[in-house]
Design a protein around this ligand. Structure first.
Ligand code: FEO
Ligand code: CA
Ligand code: CA
Ligand code: CA
Length: 606
């Protein structure tokens, strides 16, 4: 295998901002679509037929709106791997010809949309000796699998499993849930499973007006409309499955909003929802093994003014691939301690909301992890452990956690143990009676977002105290409110709305964006975070019109970058008949996963 040397400097020529309906990579690189909406996942899947999609056909095909991407090796030679992908949500207007409204969808179309949510597991193979990968097209492909919102059963683990909040008529035990909703980002664990965040689950439920007075504020805190029977923007899934009607099944919403763990090497195994990691609009979760062997998961709640969390396992990680070790490690996320972050500021630093650096020259400070639950024990007044884990936002409110500008992907660098948080934007920061700008969220009406670096005390990921700083405050570098770790701003790329983060093998930070408020297409960026090149951020690729850039995933050999192109052509007024994007096949837009590689076979970015 090629070993990477040098200081990790990124030498590719930055891709300039653009509004093209194509996927653009730097000179010297190439790219190809690996898999797109409607392609075969389960062998024998029917071809995509947008006029006749059904729950059954879509349950065998690659789902819609791919977000998280993970690649897990299947062999030691680096020739086969499992591609695991989240499917966050659906754009029915871009999927079904003749679409007029959610109400007018047929029940079978609703079932197809439900099946287009969830995850896909796909066996892929390297093409020749390049960094390109493609699906294995023939043979048994025993790992290929669809996990859907429609039919896949999940086991519930941890202290809130079986609690009264999780019991329904269909599941009086409160321990088995059908389906996963709005799977956004995620992570790969050291023991070779995938974690997936259930994010904006609120939009799938109606009937919030009919629930008990006790439950009402608990649903409202998660964005479920408790005033209207049919909130605007609801997906109308209750037309296909009554469990989405809270008037009939008030606890069903409590069964979503968790971190899901999928073992892609166990294609018949039931995925699990881990209550020990709390319930919120989970963007994703990323795990690191701490020095003492406990595993630590970092997580964000993607809502304006919501919180940053971490989980520390009770048990320790066992090294190695033995059956015994893996079986043990699969239980690590079932019990532990859940914390929420409180960030503290230097009292002398004035933050006026303009993005002007404080007098000490940096947005930085210290912070504490506030313990919410440990095992079955609650540390929050008036809430049981099951209460805290099921209504974690309310617990965070009670303990005075720090209200952040939409924490999206939160990921520790395995090279340094430092943790990076994408804070995507917050149009309401400091507006009206909303919380004012503070040192960790320093701009009023934050349009472009920022990146926070968190360094645990003693380099111990289980520590209860940390230091933090903002290495990147996003925007056009000519905008004085931006900051790139002090690097020469004439040499960096404009960036807006960081969403997903990833690392290459030498620890460079890769950032993908969603909703570029500078008006150009979204894309993928990279910057060193250590040494003299820290802050030298460059755009590596751009995605087609209307899409956000997700994933990203850099293979451990640094030869391939996978990116999910989510919702290409999602532009107001567009439809499948009148698409705003023709990517990738020249007709209507299809979300898809793309691999990028270097033509000379070298390391990506170097
Ligand atoms: Fe689904 Fe927070 O992005
Ligand atoms: Ca996201
Ligand atoms: Ca990530
Ligand atoms: Ca986003």
């Amino acid at each position: 295998a090629r070993q990477r040397t040098g200081n990790g400097a990124l030498t590719f020529r930055a891709v300039p901002p653009n509004k093209l309906d194509t996927f653009v990579v730097p000179n010297g690189y190439d790219h190809a679509v690996v898999i797109r909406w409607g392609d075969e996942v389960v062998p024998g899947a029917p071809e995509l037929d947008v006029r006749h999609q059904t729950g059954a056909s879509q349950s065998k095909q690659f789902g819609y709106n791919n977000d998280f991407v993970g690649v897990l090796p299947l062999d030691r030679r680096g020739r086969r791997a499992l591609l695991v992908v989240n499917h966050e949500y659906t754009n029915e207007d871009l999927m079904f010809p003749g679409f007029t409204s959610q109400d007018a969808l047929t029940v079978e179309q609703v079932r197809a949309a439900m099946a287009a949510h969830g995850l896909s597991v796909v066996e892929i193979e390297r093409v020749g000796d390049t960094g390109r990968w493609q699906p294995v097209a023939r043979g048994a492909r025993p790992y290929n699998r669809r996990i859907t919102a429609l039919a896949t059963k999940f086991d519930v683990t941890g202290p809130a499993a079986g609690s009264a909040w999780l019991r329904t008529a269909a599941d009086p035990s409160g321990r088995t849930v059908v389906g996963t909703l709005n799977n956004c980002a995620g992570g790969i664990t050291p023991w070779g499973t995938v974690l997936s965040g259930e994010e904006n689950f609120n939009q799938y439920f109606v009937g919030g007006d009919a629930v008990s007075e006790e439950l009402r504020p608990k649903l409202a805190r998660y964005g479920i409309d408790t005033a209207k029977r049919y909130p605007s923007g609801s997906r109308k899934w209750e037309r296909a499955d009554e469990r989405f009607d809270l008037a009939r099944h008030p606890n069903e919403a409590n069964r979503h909003g968790w971190i899901v763990e999928v073992d892609p090497f166990d294609p018949d195994g039931r995925p699990r929802k881990h209550t020990a990691l709390g319930r919120f609009k989970h963007e994703g979760a990323n795990v690191i093994v701490a020095k003492d062997g406990h595993v630590v998961a970092y997580m964000g709640d993607d809502e304006r003014f919501d919180y940053l969390y971490k989980f520390v396992s009770d048990k320790k990680y066992l090294k190695g691939n033995s059956w015994h070790a893996r079986r043990h490690n699969l239980t690590l996320l079932e019990s532990g301690t859940l914390y929420v972050a409180k960030l503290e500021y230097t009292s002398t630093d004035e933050v006026d909301g303009s993005g002007k650096l404080p007098t000490d020259g940096a947005f930085d400070g210290r912070g504490r992890w506030i313990k919410l639950v440990s095992g079955n024990r609650s540390y929050v007044d008036g809430m049981t452990a099951a209460d805290v884990l099921t209504f974690t936002r309310l617990a965070g409110d009670k303990v005075g956690a720090t209200k952040m500008d939409r924490p999206e992907d939160v990921e520790p660098s395995l090279a340094t143990g430092k943790v990076y948080v994408a804070l995507t934007n917050n149009s309401n920061r400091g507006v009206g009676s909303n919380p004012k700008a503070d040192e960790a969220n320093p701009r009023t009406a934050n349009k472009h977002g920022h990146v926070l670096e968190l360094v645990e005390d003693r380099g111990d990921n289980t520590a209860e105290t940390f230091a933090w700083s903002l290495p990147i405050v996003c925007g056009d570098p000519t905008d004085p409110s931006t900051y790139f770790a002090g690097y020469d701003k004439t040499k960096v790329s404009p960036i807006s709305c960081p969403d997903n983060v990833a690392f290459d093998s030498v620890g460079n930070l890769w950032i993908s964006t969603d909703g570029n408020a500078l008006g150009s297409n979204d894309g993928l960026f990279a910057t060193p975070v250590e040494g003299p090149e820290r802050g030298h951020l460059k755009q590596f690729l751009t995605v087609p019109l209307g899409a956000e850039a997700c994933g990203p995933f850099i293979t451990t050999d640094d030869r391939s970058v996978f990116v999910a192109v989510q919702h290409p052509g999602e532009i107001s007024g567009a439809s499948i008949e009148n698409p705003a994007s023709n990517w990738p096949d020249g007709d209507f837009a299809k979300p898809g996963v793309v691999v990028t590689w270097r033509l000379d076979g070298g390391h990506i970015g170097a």
